[in-house]
Design a protein around this ligand. Structure first.
Ligand SMILES: Cc1ncc(COP(=O)(O)O)c(C=O)c1O
Length: 449
């Protein structure tokens, strides 16, 4: 009854036209809504969605025997069992990479990868500004400078056309981020790297199973980095991985992540190489391995629901779903669109998000222009950075943060929902569409409220 009432006022046409159509096959069918959508919840109406969304992370009873076994075995450390290496073999297979190294986190995967690719104190790394802060921090941890290319507002990812102008004689690597699990346009990035003799490390920390032109993200650049932190599609509390088509590179990563010990093809005597401890534990690996199939199945559901959302939301003036590169498939760690307040009678993005949240559809603006938050000012004011770069370079670097016009636009207009919402049933996904439509219909009144 509640469902009937809250969904009153919109007519699903194409999707309803054939009862035989399954949810998955009907995903591209556009939805048409009647104009008399109910009153917005912020103005006293009943919320469109009153149920809860899937909580995350999830536990499965059937995982318990293997988890208990690994703890009872008292073989918890990477070196005392085979679970971590089994996980690495399985994950490499999933990504279509030659080899994988498990790590303690996505951040450490990035640090190990950048170090292994030769990024050193005083080097510069071109990266995406629109990302989780760990991308910046992994570069800063190596006393290198994260130099930001601009964000393409249509894709939310690095705009390859803005990379070359940022390259200096210090540039060593390009670090594209497949944000929200949406692949970057890798062909031009790889072409620039080849032409300018740079390496490419993919930040695929949100992009497990995302695909670009027949390749999985994380198996395109020299090294690819993943996170298994608790919010992720395949979580183990903390955890990470590095994948590559090069066995030798993964062996070098292995040495660095394991206190500088020899690994595979990376052999030497004594303390022949530097290293830290960024190892994954046996229990993390067991938890992760049990989620391989779940990850694959849920990825397809998220894709179907995201396609359906995009097909419907793009019909609402002022809502622009994200554009993916040709021949690519996203995995939607967040589902995002750009919001144009002009098409909503000047209703600000903050008020739009408040109204959507009041309808039972939680959403957020995700990343700010975090390069102004202070961490970069702190870094460039530090003794180390002042020794490593000239005052002119650091001044120009600081000033260049104001040039990120595309990123600024994205930070001001993006609205995103979390991945667990994409695992809802058809009614739940329709509620998202109905809620946005309702806000659009009543935007003038909401803007005045
Ligand atoms: C794009 C991106 N890069 C790096 C990381 C760092 O991963 P972790 O939190 O596992 O260290 C994350 C994690 O959220 C991320 O989303």
């Amino acid at each position: 009854m509640k469902d009937h009432l809250t969904r009153r006022g919109f007519i699903r046409t194409a999707a309803a036209s054939s009862a035989a159509l399954t949810w998955l096959t009907a995903r591209h069918a556009p939805t048409v809504f009647a104009a008399d959508a109910g009153k917005p919840a912020l103005l006293g109406g009943a919320p469109v969605h009153t149920g809860s969304w899937l909580s995350w992370p999830q536990w499965r009873k059937e995982w318990e025997p293997a988890m208990v076994d690994v703890y009872r075995s008292c073989k918890w450390f990477r070196g005392s069992g085979n679970n971590v290496t089994d996980f690495e073999d399985g994950y490499a297979k999933l990504i279509g990479a030659k080899k994988c190294l498990a790590t303690a986190s996505g951040t450490t995967a990035l640090m190990v990868s950048l170090h292994t690719m030769g990024v050193d104190a005083g080097d510069e790394v071109i990266c995406s500004p629109y990302t989780f802060i760990a991308t910046y921090n992994s570069v800063l941890a190596l006393k290198a400078l994260p130099v930001f290319a601009d964000t393409d507002p249509a894709t939310l990812n690095i705009d390859p056309a803005t990379i070359e102008s940022r390259i200096t004689e210090r540039t060593r690597a390009i670090l594209p981020v497949h944000i929200f699990g949406m692949p970057c346009d890798m062909d031009p990035i790889i072409a620039i790297a080849k032409k300018r003799n740079l390496v490419v490390v993919e930040d695929a920390c949100q992009a497990w199973l995302a695909e670009y032109k027949g390749h999985k993200c994380g198996a395109i650049g020299e090294l690819g980095c993943f996170s298994f932190q608790e919010s992720k599609h395949i979580p183990s509390g903390e955890g990470g991985a590095i994948t590559s088509m090069s066995e030798a590179l993964i062996d070098k990563c292995n040495s660095f992540h394991n206190c500088g010990r020899a690994a595979g093809t990376n052999q030497g005597k004594g303390s022949f190489t530097r290293g830290l401890n960024f190892r994954m534990t046996q229990a993390q690996a067991v938890l992760l391995m049990q989620q391989f199939e779940k990850l694959q199945k849920e990825t397809e559901v998220r894709r179907a629901n995201a396609d359906y959302l995009s097909a419907n939301l793009k019909q609402i003036p002022g809502i622009t779903p994200v554009r993916l590169p040709e021949n690519s498939r996203a995995v939607w760690h967040l589902y995002s669109f750009r919001y144009d307040a002009r098409e909503f009678n000047g209703l600000s993005r903050d008020k739009f998000m408040d109204a959507l949240t009041a309808e039972g559809v939680p959403c957020s603006s995700v990343y700010r222009e975090q390069y102004f938050d202070g961490l970069l000012d702190e870094a460039i004011a530090s003794r180390g950075y002042q020794r490593l770069w000239s005052a002119e370079r650091l001044k120009a670097y600081r000033a260049s943060l104001n040039d990120l016009k595309g990123n600024k636009q994205v930070c001001e207009t993006a609205v995103a929902m979390t991945q667990n919402m994409l695992l809802a049933d058809r009614a739940g996904i329709d509620h998202i569409i109905e809620a946005v439509r309702r806000i659009h219909t009543h935007s003038a009144a909401l803007a005045k409220a």
